[in-house]
Design a protein around this ligand. Structure first.
Ligand SMILES: N[C@@H](CCC(=O)N[C@@H](CS)C(=O)NCC(=O)O)C(=O)O
Length: 204
């Protein structure tokens, strides 16, 4: 059975949601952040050298990186390809890979910079304009993709876990007001029964 190491207040709730959507049995180990630093603590560092979450164990496999975990879980457990395309049409498959890599590879960094500048209370002359411009670029790109659809790949799919994570982070940082499409998207994701089961189980 899969074991998910879940650090509260962060992206691994989206991995709990993935497991709920796929409908696979899993065990959940919940970790708390340090109350002052908000970083992971020794208990999570004992699980994996990076001390980060999500991490899953499945038999002999230990896997970190939310995108890789999504890829693995879908490949192994989404046997009817309800949430991911097979390689029959390589163009569709490649586009799916792009959207899987995009949130962690491109969208997260400027959001993290924004979070750190807001937290420090300093409007940095280089970092603030950079993060603002990049956040607008990426959120605008996601809005364009959602112009004619409810989810990134049309029907709900495995790429929505990562995109929902960065959109929810943008929301938490007060960046969503100009983007009603994204607010509607994240509300739609949260309304899914599997998302609600995930939150109940993980007590986010
Ligand atoms: N790129 C990794 C990032 C993992 C990561 O940084 N997770 C955060 C939680 S949102 C974490 O564990 N932070 C604790 C710490 O760095 O102390 C992924 O996609 O899984």
């Amino acid at each position: 059975m899969i074991k998910l190491h879940h650090l509260r207040i962060g992206r691994s709730i989206f991995t709990v949601w993935l497991l709920e959507e796929v409908g696979v049995d899993y065990e959940l180990d919940v970790y708390l952040r340090h109350p002052q630093t908000m970083r992971a603590q020794e208990d999570l560092k004992a699980v994996h050298p990076l001390g980060k979450s999500p991490v899953i164990e499945d038999g002999d496999l230990m896997l970190s990186e939310s995108g890789a975990i999504t890829t693995y879980v879908l490949a192994k457990y989404d046997t009817e390809n309800k949430l991911h395309p097979n390689k029959g049409d390589l163009t569709v498959w490649a586009d799916f890979q792009q959207w899987l890599a995009y949130p962690e590879g491109s969208v997260f960094a400027p959001l993290l910079l924004k979070m750190l500048t807001l937290r420090s209370g300093i409007d940095h002359p280089v970092i603030t304009p950079f993060s603002d411009t990049e956040i607008a670029l990426h959120l605008g790109y996601i809005v364009e993709k959602l112009a004619d659809r409810d989810y990134i790949h049309g029907a709900f799919s495995g790429v929505d876990f990562g995109i929902a994570y960065v959109v929810s982070m943008a929301e938490r940082l007060g960046q969503l007001e100009p983007y009603p499409t994204l607010q509607a998207y994240i509300d739609r994701c949260r309304a899914r029964p599997a998302f609600q089961r995930a939150v109940e189980r993980a007590v986010e």
